[in-house]
Design a protein around this ligand. Structure first.
Ligand code: SF4
Length: 119
């Protein structure tokens, strides 16, 4: 297999610097929360049951993995099934994230610090 995307995008929610409300093309907090189904119980050999987080730049039928999600699930997320799958990936060595990353999915969701109040 081969990843369609290997570079993390500017506004990937896994980046500490991203305000989820700045994610383009109609950010939806409920859809974001629903992506918790793509997160493995760390160390569980079933991983996320084959569910993957798609990059929000994906085109229908040509889905791309979220680079931040792969980086997290191969690292602190300890998604064993994904680790096994990525052993067959031709270009996993090209995976590149930019800047500090969240360690937990919950922290990618909006929090009080992301709400801007204009006087
Ligand atoms: S979610 Fe993406 S890498 Fe994470 S992403 Fe979206 S635009 Fe890219």
């Amino acid at each position: 297999m081969r990843l369609r995307r290997t570079k993390q995008c500017k506004l990937c929610p896994w980046k500490l610097s991203t305000n989820p409300f700045d994610i383009p093309d109609g950010y939806d907090v409920d859809k974001h929360k629903a992506l918790s189904c793509t997160i493995a119980d760390p160390g569980d050999f079933r991983g996320s049951g084959g569910k993957a987080m798609a990059c929000h730049h994906s085109k229908e039928g040509k889905e791309e993995h979220c680079v931040g999600w792969i980086y997290n699930q191969l690292g602190p997320g300890n998604n064993i099934a994904l680790r096994m799958e990525m052993m067959r990936c031709e270009n996993i060595k090209d995976l590149k994230v930019v800047g500090d990353q969240h360690e937990r999915f919950e922290d990618t969701l909006p929090s009080i610090k992301h709400i801007q109040i204009t006087p």
